[in-house]
Design a protein around this ligand. Structure first.
Ligand SMILES: *Cc1c(COP(=O)(O)O)cnc(C)c1O
Length: 396
């Protein structure tokens, strides 16, 4: 049997390659950070990690992970409700809830699982999920797993959201689901307006804080802080894999009964292993760090402003950003790929995105700024952008 199937797979793979969509992975032989070492021994400055607070190689988190492993072992060998809950899991859940000022939280192996398991236990066929068109793949999959009716509104478009809310008027319950920060433009969901509409049409609100937590808001506490929406958002999901240390792990946090029911019914929670002690220990330490000081968040924001201003002064077309994501617009797909390749030759890692990841004719280079970057790193990246930009006729 495999022969025919093999041919089919080979053709599919060749098609991906021919479309220029084949994803080639680079091997890094150092820890994740502002500067990374590649397999050929060369070094590069990294501007495409979600390492927003620069914690991926934090000595304090590494120490906390080691200590947790010494004290509580390597693995849990169980799901939470059988024998996979240590006191530390609850401690981390309380730290998450404390950070987002919510009632309680529940941990998952990843935010992909948090989103995959959040809708199905809470809503049925008589309900409606109203989802932003640019929501992350994991929200889309979570919605697919739920029997509720589906509505989709144009990205951050409040008139279109209102249209959906009107269409869903007859449903028993309605929930609006949105990313906090959209990863391609770096724009923030207008949570104050979303909450206003939710109140007007009697809907719940769910936000995925993966790219916004640790980044947006005066002290980096996410969209509720940014828009002063505390108490108006029912469900937050998020990841420990981006600003919050960059390892793995996800969570859902929000109102008590919601978290309680997820603990009873959410399938990725019930049927997948507990987070290991090292992740939990480092996670607790990470929230302690963020409580002690806002320095990392402030540095990250300063880096965004510095980079954006210098790039605009150099003549680049930058999307307005309120996050750590800076989209350098090139519009042409091929140009975006060639530009990114030339940047890599200059020792700067950035990602070129084009259709279908972004709309047709909206190709760009995405730059992700981090507290790990020093001014010298930013200056080197900007100099490389200017050099390549002039070579390719993007700027004068
Ligand atoms: C990265 C991301 C996820 C997935 O997080 P993991 O913890 O890596 O599974 C989910 N939602 C959004 C919006 C993301 O950006």
């Amino acid at each position: 049997m495999y022969g025919k199937f093999q041919k089919h797979l080979q053709d599919t793979l060749a098609g991906i390659e021919a479309d220029g969509l084949y994803k080639h992975e680079r091997n890094i032989v150092s820890a994740q950070g502002a500067e990374i070492t590649l397999q050929d021994g060369s070094k590069a400055l990294n501007f495409c990690a979600n390492n927003y607070l620069g914690l991926a190689d934090s000595p304090r988190l590494i120490e906390a992970a080691k200590k947790a492993m010494d004290e509580r072992g390597y693995g849990m060998s169980s799901v939470r409700f059988i024998c996979g809950t240590q006191d530390r899991h609850r401690e981390l859940e309380k730290a998450v809830a404390d950070y987002f000022k919510t009632d309680d939280a529940i941990l998952y192996a990843a935010c992909f699982d948090a989103n995959g398991g959040v809708f199905e236990p809470l809503l049925g066929p008589e309900d409606a999920i109203i989802s932003d068109s640019l929501n992350h793949a994991s929200i889309i999959d979570g919605v697919r797993l739920c029997k509720a009716k589906r509505f989709r509104y144009a990205n951050a478009d409040m008139a279109d959201l209102e249209r959906c809310l009107q269409e869903a008027r007859e449903c028993r319950f309605r929930i609006i689901a949105t990313d906090g920060v959209f990863s391609m433009d770096g724009n923030v969901a207008p949570m104050d307006k979303i909450c206003d509409l939710a109140e007007k049409y009697d809907a719940l609100v769910m936000v995925d804080e993966s790219h916004s937590a640790g980044v947006v808001g005066k002290t980096g506490h996410g969209v509720a802080e940014q828009f002063d929406c505390y108490g108006r958002i029912d469900i937050f999901t998020g990841t420990l894999g981006k600003a919050f240390g960059g390892a793995v792990g996800g969570f859902t946090t929000g109102r008590q009964e919601i978290i309680d029911l997820l603990r009873q019914r959410s399938r990725p929670y019930l049927f997948s292993n507990s987070l290991p002690p090292m992740i939990v220990g480092a996670g607790i330490e990470m929230f302690k760090m963020l409580k002690e000081s806002n320095a990392l968040h402030d540095k990250q924001q300063e880096n965004v402003v510095y980079f954006r201003d210098k790039m605009m002064a150099a003549g680049f077309d930058i999307k307005p950003t309120q996050s750590a994501i800076c989209a350098v617009m090139l519009y042409d797909a091929r140009l975006s790929q060639e530009f990114a390749a030339k940047m890599a030759e200059e020792g700067i890692f950035v990602t070129g995105f084009y259709y279908p990841v972004v709309p047709q004719g909206q190709a760009r280079i995405r730059v992700q700024l981090s507290a790990a970057h020093e001014k010298e790193h930013l200056d080197r990246a900007i100099a490389a952008f200017v050099k390549v930009g002039k070579e390719m006729g993007v700027i004068k």
